[in-house]
Ligand binder design. Structure first.
Ligand SMILES: Nc1ncnc2c1ncn2[C@@H]1O[C@H](COP(=O)(O)OP(=O)(O)O)[C@@H](O)[C@H]1O
Ligand SMILES: [Mg+2]
Length: 224
């Protein structure tokens, strides 16, 4: 067995609501192997987003450890963590999170600007990625000129910009009709077939069927 690409060790997380600590995760441990396609499921409020954000280094655990490709996120400096997020992970969200005054191509280029890639290289790669998600003819469109499914495909191309090893997606089909949602899942499944590790959250069992493994959360714990 190879080393896990992601190791979550006894992670706890609470949020402060006024003076009260609301537990979101209560001792979660999970190993994900390179190339796995993992779905996190569970009722609303069970801690799916919290766990995904902690795995992606977008949030910190209160207790426990998260190790990604051998790096313990908890002990990384802010700069190193930002670098790791930028180069090793791609993020996809329910509401696409595109920059509204940037074209599709400029949105895809954005992470490459942060990674300090040259202009010509960025442009070429953005075009290749937009072709990959079947949006070659929409490169110069702005998000408000695109359908939800098209916007999510731009977001996927953007997530791939710096060739991440891991794709992290929270309810990526949540705002889409089921046919469009299936097309998005098929695109993500094709990335997994090429070796990318995928961790996604859904509460739609039809989308969960794309995964190789389903992890069920309830009340901040893994139940199966
Ligand atoms: N920023 C926050 N502030 C306060 N409570 C939060 C925050 N984020 C999540 N929670 C609480 O943590 C629990 C888990 O939330 P979340 O991870 O968003 O669940 P899910 O994604 O499964 O719906 C819920 O009780 C939620 O209300
Ligand atoms: Mg959520």
């Amino acid at each position: 067995m190879s080393e896990p690409i992601i190791r979550v060790e006894d992670v706890h997380k609470s949020y402060l609501m006024g003076k009260e600590a609301v537990p979101a995760l209560r001792g979660v441990s999970l190993d994900i192997q390179p190339g796995e396609f993992v779905c996190l499921m569970g009722p609303s409020g069970s801690g799916k987003t919290t766990l995904l954000n902690i795995v992606g280094g977008l949030d910190e655990p209160g207790r426990g450890h998260v190790i990604v490709e051998g790096e313990n996120l908890v002990s990384l400096s802010e700069n190193k963590l930002a670098r790791l997020r930028l180069t090793k992970m791609g993020f996809i969200f329910q509401n696409y999170n595109l920059l509204g005054n940037f074209t599709a191509q400029e949105n895809v280029e954005a992470p490459m600007v942060l990674a300090k890639n040259g202009r010509r290289q960025r442009k070429a790669r953005a075009q290749t990625l937009l072709e990959r998600v079947n949006l070659a003819d929409r490169m110069h469109h702005y998000p408000n000129e695109l359908s939800g499914g098209q916007q999510q495909r731009v977001a996927i191309a953007r997530a791939l910009a710096n060739d991440p090893a891991i794709l992290i997606a929270d309810e990526m089909t949540g705002d889409l009709d089921s046919q469009t949602g299936f097309a998005i899942m098929e695109l993500v499944a094709s990335l997994n077939k090429e070796g990318m590790t995928i961790v996604f959250v859904t509460h739609d069992p039809r989308m969960a069927e794309f995964a190789g493994r389903v992890v069920n959360l309830q009340d901040g714990k893994i139940i199966s």
